[in-house]
Ligand binder design. Structure first.
Ligand code: SAM
Length: 296
């Protein structure tokens, strides 16, 4: 049963405990996905504005709401939007100030298992865009960017130790014929690992895929703008919660929260990890970290 779910929400108990949703309270779920966190906020009587940038995710979620129109969904407003626009969307929807904002970063299980856009190593397509409005696909990057550009993103965005040899292998391979799929890309990277005699802990292409996804979706720039917007629409005492899954995101969030604390816009900061029990039930939670800050 668990395996069929599109996504299992991470740190759900902790998020709900901190947000303390109840009637009369308003929350923004900036990464609505399949509503795992939002459902619980709604169930406890709060109002929720949900954002997701992926039109397919929004479509699937809306189909579900039509199939099940009763509460807790009646207090939900769902908008297809980049969370970089959180402040504008909240103002346009007349949904501010709010008692809490949640960012649960990255992708849902559905993206890896079903989206067929190249997030998974076995996919045929190599696109990786969350929104069709994004200008560049992963396919274009691996076939067009030069050695230095590829090398740089693999180092900076994924701390890939074999960045140079991988970038070189991609440039060589595409001289013979264009790289066409996520499968082909992941095999090329795996071959570099094999040739170098390096045995990684996870799939050898994990870091390269992370770097590409980060560039394609302009993840770090959007996150910075989204966090700024969220701070602007929180009530005094309102809570900002961010769940990160990799060190790029986490570094940015940590730095952002510290700066805002120094500027006296945010109070004490808290860092929370998933319990061992949660990780054993949902291994995808193992790299999650929840950072919490309270608006002054
Ligand atoms: C980890 S999932 C969220 C899962 C959700 N909390 C749940 O429990 O069902 C992250 C979601 O954020 C969305 N997303 C990623 N970047 C986004 C952005 N810049 N703006 C809005 N949504 C984004 C993805 O499409 C994905 O559905």
């Amino acid at each position: 049963m668990e395996k069929k779910r599109e996504h299992v929400p991470v740190l759900l108990k902790e998020v709900i405990q901190i947000l303390d949703p109840k009637p009369g309270r308003k929350f923004i779920d900036a990464t609505f996905g399949f509503g795992g966190h939002a459902r619980e906020m709604l169930r406890q009587g709060a109002q929720v504005l949900g954002l997701d940038w992926d039109p397919e995710v929004i479509k699937l979620t809306k189909e579900r709401l039509v199939a099940c129109p009763s509460a807790p969904w009646s207090n939900l407003t769902l908008v297809e939007a980049n969370f970089a626009q959180i402040e504008e969307v909240a103002r346009e929807s007349n949904f501010y100030p709010v008692d809490g904002v949640l960012f649960d970063l990255g992708l849902s299980r559905w993206h890896y298992k079903k989206a067929q856009r190249g997030f998974s190593f076995q996919d045929q397509r190599l696109d990786m865009r969350l929104s069709p409005q994004l200008p560049v696909t992963a396919l274009e990057i691996v076939n067009r960017w030069d050695y230095d550009q590829l090398n740089q993103i693999f180092i900076k965005l994924a701390q890939e130790k074999l960045a140079g040899p991988i970038a070189q292998a991609l440039v060589r391979a595409r001289r013979l014929k264009p790289i066409k799929s996520a499968t082909e890309l992941s095999q090329l990277v795996a071959q570099v690992y094999q040739r170098q005699g390096v045995k990684p802990k996870h799939h050898p292409a994990t870091k390269v895929f992370l770097a590409l996804r980060t560039v394609v979706n302009q993840e770090l720039a959007n996150l910075k703008t989204g966090l700024e917007g969220a701070v602007n629409i929180l009530v005094s005492g309102g809570k900002l919660l961010v769940i990160t899954f990799n060190s790029n995101e986490d570094r940015l969030v940590k730095q952002f929260l510290r700066e805002k604390r120094q500027q006296d816009q945010l109070g004490d900061l808290k860092l929370i990890f998933p319990s061992r029990e949660e990780i054993s039930q949902n291994p995808l939670a193992r790299s999650a970290q929840l950072r919490v800050a309270i608006r002054r």
